[in-house]
Design a binder for this molecule. Structure first.
Ligand SMILES: Cc1cc2nc3c(=O)[nH]c(=O)nc-3n(C[C@H](O)[C@H](O)[C@H](O)COP(=O)(O)OP(=O)(O)OC[C@H]3O[C@@H](n4cnc5c(N)ncnc54)[C@H](O)[C@@H]3O)c2cc1C
Length: 418
């Protein structure tokens, strides 16, 4: 990797990771082009933000605009399989982060980010970029002639750095055969917007344990996004295609019917599957990965946009700090650490032990130590879910110790997601 200042950057992908990176680099005076083949048609998944995104919205100068069309999100509500409800208020344990977040219609939110990139001076160009391994540079990447020409004419020269922000398409990782680290689960997520959905707490994202899998309810202005996440085989019992499965499941699954009442679907059904994946290498000879193209852990705690946008911030900082090999490798290391931290807490959700621990704290509040410890544990778990302390060594240690010691002898969790 060159030690020269990186001044011309070509970003492939016009999603939140690409446009956040473009906005930050262009604002710092770098020449930036975003090559985007356009956002997907129809609804875009990923509508619930966590508080850790708010400082990024402020840094991009877009929080006021987002607030105009978003739903204020004060916290998260979990409905367990036995009907018990556990709500977290972000404000209650807020540390250095704001005590709230937003739920956003994604098409609108992504447009806000794209506009911010252009306002900062980045060129956002409509094009499908084609990438292949560079035969003249071991481990390097190059554009095909048409893309290279477009980049050259927009930037006034070749790009010093090519960034893959193509989401789960992973264009660069595929071109260089970088390999992948899939997660443990092979779920299918079906989602649509509905009306007539009851909520436990207005504005909160709702996560519901189902007999099989889980469901999200994300309140948006005038409607609620309802997502059903189940393993492919179980979901296949409900019908032949995504729409048939979604409708049959929404009205035919006893747990879901109880939670979603007289739901009326008001949009098409979108389908996503096998999305847990991380690329083991995030930077290389003249290139870097950001957003889902680098890693996507799981939808359960709404960490996707945070990891994509905060990853873009971290990459921008590395580039602006000189962009040499050491700075980019430090970015890669940090991101891989973040992914591992979220993977850890996500794993405790799926094996049921996170909520076993929370329930244990609620039921057993027996002595002074218990009464002192419970607020401390609640604070740390809450701050993991806001994104404030998810990757902190102490918080991870605390969670690991409690789960591995406090729950000893309780057997496999009833709350494990089947
Ligand atoms: C089921 C599910 C639920 C989710 N729920 C949430 C949630 O509630 N909250 C949350 O924060 N996150 C959620 N996410 C994750 C979130 O949607 C993603 O993390 C986020 O969109 C990642 O942004 P990105 O910019 O990396 O990729 P993307 O949003 O995928 O953007 C990539 C862009 O690159 C473009 N592109 C691809 N290839 C090329 C090419 N060759 N040339 C030009 N352009 C190209 C694509 O058209 C696309 O516009 C969820 C994800 C899933 C699967």
């Amino acid at each position: 990797m060159s030690r020269q200042r990186i001044s011309k950057i070509a970003i492939v992908g016009d999603g939140p990771a690409g446009t956040t990176l473009a906005a930050l680099l262009a604002a710092a005076g770098r020449d930036v082009v975003v090559l985007g083949r356009g956002r997907p048609q129809g609804l875009i998944v990923g509508e619930s933000l966590i508080p850790a995104v708010i400082p990024l919205l402020r840094r991009l100068g877009i929080e006021d605009e987002v607030r105009e069309y978003a739903m204020y999100k004060p916290g998260a509500t979990f409905v367990l399989r036995d009907g018990e409800t556990i709500s977290f208020s972000f404000d209650e344990w807020a540390g250095s982060l704001p005590g709230y977040a937003y739920n956003v219609p994604r098409e609108r939110f992504d447009r806000t980010l794209g506009d911010a990139a252009e306002r900062a001076g980045a060129s956002v160009v409509s094009a499908t970029a084609r990438l292949s391994a560079d035969p003249e540079r071991s481990g390097g990447i190059r554009f095909d002639d048409a893309t290279a020409e477009l980049v050259h004419s927009t930037l006034g020269g070749a790009a010093d750095l090519i960034v893959d922000a193509t989401g789960r398409g992973r264009a660069l990782a595929r071109a260089l055969s970088l390999g992948s680290m899939p997660g443990d689960r092979y779920d299918e997520a079906l989602f649509a917007h509905c009306e007539g959905i009851p909520l436990v707490r207005d504005g909160n994202v709702h996560i519901d344990h189902l007999e099989h899998g889980w469901c999200w309810r994300i309140p948006l202005p005038g409607r609620v996004s309802v997502g059903i996440v189940m393993d492919n085989e179980w979901l296949a019992k409900f019908g032949d295609d995504a729409t048939a499965r979604y409708d049959a499941c929404l009205h035919g699954d006893a747990f879901l019917r109880r939670l979603t009442g007289d739901a009326r679907r008001v949009s098409d059904v979108m389908k996503y599957n096998n999305y847990q994946n991380t690329t083991p290498t995030g930077v290389g000879e003249g290139w870097a990965l950001v957003g889902d193209a680098f890693g996507f852990i799981d939808p359960i705690f709404s960490s996707g946009l945070y990891l994509a946008m905060d990853g873009a911030r971290a990459l921008a900082d590395a580039i602006l700090a000189g962009g040499d090999q050491a700075a980019l490798r430090a970015y890669e290391k940090r991101q891989l650490h973040q992914y591992q931290a979220w993977r850890n807490v996500v794993g405790y959700f799926y094996d049921g032990r996170l909520f076993d621990l929370i329930q244990l704290g609620r039921i057993e509040n027996p002595n002074l130590i218990g009464r002192l410890m419970n607020p401390h544990v609640s604070k740390n778990i809450s701050r993991m879910l806001t994104g404030e302390s998810t990757d902190r060594t102490y918080t991870q240690w605390l969670l690991d110790v409690l789960i591995n010691h406090a729950l000893v002898g309780t057997g496999p969790s009833e709350l494990a997601v089947r």
